[in-house]
Design a protein around this ligand. Structure first.
Ligand code: CDP
Ligand code: MG
Length: 787
């Protein structure tokens, strides 16, 4: 077994301050470049494994309304199949082929690639639609989107009538949205079939002056049915998966047809470390340079757990490169993760300039969702960031856990797509054997409130009875129903409340944020809440490099509000706005809009750098919050759907948008009224204790009031809530305010928070100071004064 325990460039002593100047570029330099690129793309397409089975696949789709396609990653499923179907006439009468992806970044990059392959501008024939970003038009026929987005579309168009084909891609990922979508699509197929039959019956009756001819003239009827089917074509459903287990999907769809597309996998040598690594980031860094300095040509793909880790490793690689001799510095980094802006995502697909090597730093998105050409070496530390939910404690946490065996195999497979490759697993071989076979579906480990709210809005009242691929636990369903009820989204008989429940279902946000926006209009602070929610909908706004931690902290102090993180985020947003406003005054005479925009961007980026703010995240938040005024009111549903920005949604709902100005008390009271389920009280020893129903552990401090649950348990026949009755306990869960919060180490007595995360400790993030008496005043259905 080869050992990987060698020294990387840490021992290299030469230093030079020069930065690598070469950049990956996706812009063809001249017309000849563009033509040769087109030729290359054409050849690449023709050589994909799926190209040789094109006719057969089209025939299979024609013959079966549900088809399961299993194929190795990189065989061409995602990019090619929609094009095959489009060319075979699967988009009659302007119908659309929809392809869902679990990840935003996959939807965007694949749509761009397919638009390029088709030689069309993105947003015309080929487009994508993801939350807060829609690049489709009335001429779009091949539409990539996230699974969550299609679920939202179903709210407006329950029959998904604009689609002739829906391809649920990456079904093996088993995201909660994919699982729910499959159940929904099953219903849509049934409903469409029923409408064909209904139409046939009604029209047949008309034709025979009210006398049904079904029994008299069978053949005539069959013909008529066929005509109707042409008018209302059935929904073709294709489920694509990279894993070999098609059985589960096939059985779920009543023994649906499953086909396998052969891939072309070359041999991959697997290396393990001799001992367990204590710091996998450090081990990954050493391995990157070990490969770079000792192995032959080929790009490196490193699997990391998230944006912060990726950005950290990117910086460390750059630093280490400076310590290498000039000729060894030909290594370029290319990060890819979901929240990366799309123009930067595309960089990973561009080949490195001659003589250079590219190191791609990716989340598990590169496991199957996107295929990156040129990879010969894979570094797999063996971890993923995963959601985990404890319904008893009502606690959701993002934790870093070991991958499954299936994931480890997928990752190593990425090295053998174009030729023999090598995969370096940063753990001993004995550890591999201990891994789970496959990852637990998300629906079994997440808070279901969001999904349940959407199902309710789709008219699915009996959540327990819903045809799930795999049922979530009763406890998780119960907890989410309870949460939705307490937020006022459900009525006593467990129906969507009007208007609050319907409004909440319409907003593409977590229910608690939606509630905050709805309440904010009453508290006259919707302007502030819109900013806060936008800023919280993106990855971390503050950027804290390890090596400049103190400077970053000082910079943050300029924005810090003694009242907490929500107001601090608002301060950042407003400071950026003021900077641009000032600049607008200065450049009032400048005519060229494009010029101004470019300069503004530059100034904003510089300001962000100086203030340790993540400019990507800030820009994304601005996009989300941006003012959107629909130009037409003649298609209200379409307009609501397409005005993806939150502000557009609340305007459409008619919620008055006003600002509380300097009266931040109103804003904090509004937070207390909406986040009352997430409240924590300081304990004498400095930690915080959560108030939640049903944990049964008494806190060590005296709590001034009861926490109670007034959930109408008797109303839901399918659920047993009897044991909830009369339990009015406060939680003794001990948490700490996260070090990134401005209230960390403060003496604030009571806070509300957004998120409970468990790493080495239980932390609450994004906290704001409140008065605990507000809880009893503003959420009397949950908190009652003692005695
Ligand atoms: O879905 P599947 O994993 O079977 O393959 P795919 O995503 O359709 O990718 C097929 C090929 O298209 C890959 O081998 C990549 O070389 C190429 N591709 C690309 O160059 N850029 C993209 N954004 C997506 C795919
Ligand atoms: Mg794919």
């Amino acid at each position: 077994m080869p050992s990987m325990e060698q020294n990387g460039p840490r021992n290299t002593t030469q230093t030079r301050k020069q930065k690598p100047v070469l950049k990956l570029s996706n812009q063809p330099r001249c017309a000849a470049d563009a033509i040769s690129r087109r030729e290359i793309v054409k050849k690449q397409r023709e050589s994909l494994p799926i190209a040789s089975v094109k006719e057969r696949l089209v025939q299979e789709v024609k013959n079966h309304d549900v088809l399961i396609i299993v194929g190795e990653t990189g065989s061409g499923k995602t990019t090619q199949l929609p094009q095959f179907l489009f060319n075979a006439g699967f988009c009659p009468n302007g119908k659309v082929i929809g392809i869902t992806q679990p990840r935003r970044v996959a939807a965007v990059t694949v749509a761009k690639r397919v638009a390029e392959e088709c030689g069309v501008e993105l947003g015309l024939k080929v487009g994508y639609s993801i939350r807060f970003d829609d690049r489709t038009s009335s001429s779009t026929r091949i539409k990539y989107m996230t699974d969550g987005l299609l679920l939202r579309e179903a709210l407006l168009d329950p029959y998904l009538s604009r689609y002739s084909v829906i391809i649920v891609d990456e079904a093996h990922e088993r995201t909660v949205h994919t699982d729910v979508l499959l159940g929904l699509l099953k219903n849509v197929q049934r409903a469409r079939l029923k409408s064909v039959i209904d139409h046939a019956v009604v029209n047949n009756k008309k034709a025979s002056n009210g006398i049904t001819k079904e029994n008299e003239k069978g053949a005539e009827c069959t013909n008529f049915l066929k005509q109707c089917q042409r008018k209302f074509p059935p929904l073709k459903l294709i489920i694509m998966s990279a894993s070999l287990d098609a059985r589960l999907f096939s059985e779920y769809f009543g023994g649906a047809r499953a086909v396998h597309v052969e891939g072309r996998q070359h041999h991959v040598d697997i290396f393990y470390t001799l001992h367990a690594e204590t710091d996998y980031v450090d081990a990954a860094l050493i391995t990157i340079f070990q490969i770079h300095l000792e192995e032959g040509p080929g790009d490196i793909l490193v699997f990391l757990t998230g944006q912060e880790e990726i950005e950290g490793v990117e910086r460390l690689v750059q630093e280490q490169l400076q310590k290498l001799p000039e000729e060894s510095r030909k290594l370029l980094t290319a990060p890819i993760f979901s929240s990366l802006p799309s123009e930067q995502q595309m960089r990973v697909f561009m080949p490195a300039p001659a003589g250079h090597r590219k190191v791609i730093l990716a989340t598990n998105i590169a496991e199957t969702s996107v295929t990156i050409p040129g990879v010969k070496y894979v570094i797999d530390p063996g971890f993923i960031k995963a959601r985990s939910y404890n319904p008893v404690k009502g606690m959701e946490s993002l934790i870093i856990i070991p991958t499954s065996k299936a994931q480890a195999l997928q990752r190593s497979g990425r090295a053998g797509r174009e030729g023999p490759g090598k995969c370096f697993r940063l753990y001993p071989e004995s550890e591999f054997e201990k891994l789970e076979d496959s990852t637990k579906p998300e629906i079994k480990r997440c808070n279901l409130s969001n999904v349940i709210l959407q199902l309710k809005a789709l008219g699915v009242d009996d959540i327990i009875g819903f045809d799930f691929l795999e049922k979530p636990s009763r406890a998780a369903i119960q907890k989410s129903l309870e949460e939705l009820f307490l937020l006022g989204a459900l009525t006593d008989d467990c129906k969507l409340s009007d208007p609050v429940g319907h409004q909440m279902a319409r907003l593409p946000l977590d229910p608690i944020y939606s509630k905050a926006l709805i309440l904010a209009s009453q508290f006259k602070c919707l302007e502030e809440m819109l900013i806060a929610v936008s800023m919280l909908s993106v990855e971390s706004i503050f950027y804290n490099p390890r090596e400049k931690s103190e400077e970053a902290k000082t910079a943050k102090k300029c924005f810090a509000s003694p009242d907490g993180d929500h107001l601090t985020l608002i301060n950042v947003y407003r400071a950026a706005g003021e900077l641009l406003q000032k600049r607008r005054m200065e450049t009032g005479i400048e005519k060229n809009e494009k010029n101004i925009k470019g300069k503004n961007e530059k100034i904003l980026r510089k300001w962000c750098r100086e203030n340790f703010i993540n400019s990507r995240s800030l820009r994304h938040a601005c996009d989300i919050h941006r003012l959107f005024t629909p130009s037409s009111s003649s298609f209200p549903l379409e307009v609501i759907f397409h005005c993806s920005q939150i502000r557009g949604h609340v305007e459409q709902m008619g919620l008055p948008i006003s600002s509380c100005g300097d009266d931040t008390l109103q804003f904090r009271r509004c937070l207390a009224a909406s986040f009352f389920l997430n409240a924590a009280l300081k304990q004498p020893e400095g930690t915080y204790s959560l108030w939640r129903v049903g944990h049964g552990i008494q806190p060590s401090i005296e709590i001034p009031f009861h926490v109670m649950s007034r959930f109408p348990f008797s109303c839901i026949k399918t659920l047993k809530f009897a044991e909830m009755n009369g339990r009015a306990l406060a939680s003794g869960q001990v948490v700490q305010i996260h070090p990134t919060s401005v209230l960390h180490q403060s003496k604030v007595e009571c806070v509300i928070f957004d998120e409970l995360v468990q790493t080495s400790q239980k932390y609450i993030r994004n906290t704001t100071r409140i008065d605990y008496l507000w809880l009893a005043e503003l959420a009397p259905h949950y908190y009652a004064m003692q005695g």
